[in-house]
Design a binder for this molecule. Structure first.
Ligand code: NDP
Length: 452
């Protein structure tokens, strides 16, 4: 095909929309990557000829299955489970499992697509996948969660393996759920192997894995700020979410001398003008991980704080913003409010938390904007290190892993700068940098395989 015969971006996206009708999150994720990749491959005939982006935007497989379980009142409940294996060109499929009522095939396809680029950016040998169910763990007893996890794994086990596909946690899937699923895998297969990451230390987990995504998002932020001769110290921050990523991001920001003003959950956000310090973060961790309570309870404990029901924290004035809850939780108007209030940098702990329109606002305002696929890659990077430790039957200490995470995030930042410099090197488009660097490695591996 001659270069002039290439389909253009809008024709490509029309095809994606037609083939994935109604899958808005997936289409949004492909659109965001495609605009940068099209520009990059414009003069690179081999990628066009091999239809690389078209192939990455079509998952290798989507497995959908019934998950049947019994609640405490002996009612039979039926949920739907999925595993989306997007691409394994550079390593075994790898990506988290999400349990949340908002999970659909579109959400998991977008996450698996994003994961392919993110895993590539880490430099570690991992392909992209994602899985989950529309099961809602909130309000369920431990035994109900256990029965659900066992039933989920009873189907999932046949699609995964330490050299095939290695799932991890995500929204609604923490240490408890990973334990139940790992136990069931081991029971069915009679094999102890590193088939899941995010395991507890007693049975093959890695130091630093729980902290890695949140800490990593702050390290990425630190690198962006450093690149612009700025620093976290003394800066205020708005953070959304109050789960694994949000609480660890808050913890690292506080440690580096930042002041955290907000956290949230799906019920609303809390604003604490005194700052959410380590003691308060520990209280939230207990609230969320042990008592499984709501963030609104914070104001009963810390009286200077206010709770804003049904709202998101982006109207609160701050220097830094870290969306760490879920996809599309920061829209165009909210991005404008952040910019108007003087935000200088945004680092995404969550996956695709900012809408395409919101991203445009940040880019036009020329603020530092680290997209999730780069900024939150620390989690999967340490998962990759957990896989290495399991394969070698060794465990590295906290200090070593902490150093490795710091270096990995610096490295990812460096790759974004390499491919994302704009305006003659005066600014960095981190979205472009992450998309191109992530794409190139996967694309080159696929070229080596021929048409498969
Ligand atoms: P958790 O389940 O630990 O926490 C999720 C948080 O987000 C909770 O506070 C939850 O509130 C809130 N939330 C979830 N859905 C919504 C919604 N629709 N609207 C408002 N708030 C919501 O998950 P994680 O912290 O692990 O994950 C958070 C984000 O980070 C996700 O986008 C995930 O994909 C991403 N991520 C996670 C990684 C990890 O290592 N855990 C790795 C890379 C990315 P509530 O309890 O009310 O539902």
């Amino acid at each position: 095909m001659a270069v002039s015969d290439h389909v253009d971006l809008s024709t490509f996206m029309e095809g994606v929309k037609k083939r994935n009708t109604g899958q808005t999150e997936f289409i949004q994720a492909v659109q965001e990557v495609a605009q940068d990749v099209f520009e990059f491959i414009d003069d690179k005939e081999e990628y066009h000829e091999a239809q690389i982006l078209r192939r990455i935007a079509e998952p290798d497989r989507v497995v959908s299955f019934r998950v049947c379980w019994e609640d405490d009142n002996h009612n039979i409940r039926v949920q739907r489970g999925w595993r989306v294996q997007n691409n394994n060109a550079i390593g075994p499929y790898k990506g988290g499992i999400r349990f949340h009522p908002t999970v659909t095939e579109s959400v998991l396809k977008f996450l698996a697509f994003e994961q392919t680029f993110k895993n590539s950016l880490t430099g570690l040998p991992m392909g992209g996948a994602k899985g989950g169910s529309n099961f809602n763990p909130s309000g369920k007893s431990d035994s109900e969660v256990m029965r659900f996890c066992q039933s989920f794994m009873t189907e999932l086990y046949r699609h995964i393996g330490p050299d095939t596909d290695v799932p991890a946690g995500d929204i609604g899937v923490g240490g408890r759920e990973i334990g139940y699923m790992f136990g069931q895998y081991k029971r069915i297969t009679n094999r102890w192997e590193g088939v899941l990451t995010g395991k507890a230390l007693e049975y093959g987990g890695s130091q630093m894995r729980p902290e890695a995504t949140g800490y990593g998002a702050v390290y990425f932020l630190q690198n962006m700020l450093k690149h612009a001769d700025e620093d976290v110290e003394g800066k205020s921050a708005v953070i959304s979410g109050s789960g694994n990523v949000a609480t660890h991001a808050a913890e690292k920001l506080v440690e580096l001398g930042g002041k955290v003003l907000t956290l949230s959950d799906s019920g609303g956000f809390i604003h604490d003008p005194d700052g959410i310090d380590q003691e308060k973060i520990d209280w939230i961790k207990t609230l969320k991980n042990e008592r499984r309570g709501r963030i609104s309870e914070y104001v009963d404990e810390f009286s200077n704080a206010s709770f804003h029901e049904g709202e998101r924290p982006w109207s609160v004035e701050a220097d830094l913003a870290l969306p760490c809850a879920t996809q599309n939780e920061l829209n165009e108007d909210e991005a404008k409010a952040l910019v108007k209030n003087g935000v200088i940098a945004v680092s995404e702990g969550a996956n695709m938390p900012t809408t395409l329109e919101g991203v445009k606002v940040f880019q036009e305002a020329m603020i530092m904007y680290g997209p999730g696929k780069a900024a939150n890659a620390g989690g999967v990077a340490v998962s990759g290190l957990e896989m290495s430790q399991n394969s070698e039957r060794i465990s590295w200490n906290q200090e070593k892993l902490g150093d490795m995470l710091t270096n990995l995030m610096e490295d990812i930042h460096g790759k974004c700068v390499e491919y994302g410099e704009v305006d003659g090197g005066k600014a960095v488009n981190y979205v472009k940098g992450a998309n191109i660097a992530g794409f190139k490695k996967v694309a080159d591996a696929m070229l080596a395989f021929g048409v498969v």
